[in-house]
Design a protein around this ligand. Structure first.
Ligand SMILES: Cc1cc2nc3c(=O)[nH]c(=O)nc-3n(C[C@H](O)[C@H](O)[C@H](O)COP(=O)(O)O)c2cc1C
Length: 144
């Protein structure tokens, strides 16, 4: 099974989590590649069995909190039709509804959202193993 981890990062936190996700998938015996949402090509998506897509949380702590720049980069992604997808974000205070917003945007691209997880920037890799396991398990359930 091939996993593709896509991320959007400004300061490097979300990239760190993306790399930890790929490492966890690799440790569980799967092939895993990490790409930024800018460099990903349709062929990368087509050959992946499972996707992880993450970004950072942007807003004014209580207001306007959203998945950073998603209104721009989701549009430019190739089709995600029928791809089991785990979504994630990194945040400082509270992700609020960022993951729900990201899920709705990616569903419009055809993605099937199977799991989601927010990672605090002080604990960027805490919970990565369980998150990866949930996404891969759901893929196996879909495949059966
Ligand atoms: C302009 C800006 C706005 C932010 N707004 C929020 C916010 O509203 N809520 C929150 O929990 N974190 C907020 N953060 C914190 C980032 O989401 C957090 O540091 C994240 O891990 C950054 O990821 P990156 O290093 O991949 O860019 C904000 C950061 C920046 C730079």
């Amino acid at each position: 099974m091939k996993c593709l981890v896509l991320y959007h990062s400004r300061g490097g936190n979300t990239r760190t989590t993306a790399e930890a996700i790929a490492q966890a998938a690799h440790d569980q015996g799967y092939e895993a590649t990490v790409k930024s949402i800018i460099e990903v090509q349709a062929a990368d998506i087509n050959t992946a069995d499972v996707l992880f897509i993450g970004t950072w949380v942007q807003g004014f702590i209580l207001f306007g909190v959203k998945p950073a720049d998603a209104q721009l980069w989701v549009k430019s992604l190739p089709s995600l039709a029928n791809k089991p997808t785990g979504i994630f974000c990194t945040y400082a205070f509270n992700p609020r509804s960022s993951l729900k917003k990201l899920a709705n945007m990616l569903k419009e691209k055809g993605a099937t959202i199977v799991a989601q997880q927010a990672f605090n920037r002080n604990h960027l890799t805490t919970g990565v193993d369980g998150f990866v396991q949930r996404v891969i398990d759901s893929r196996q359930r879909i495949a059966v």
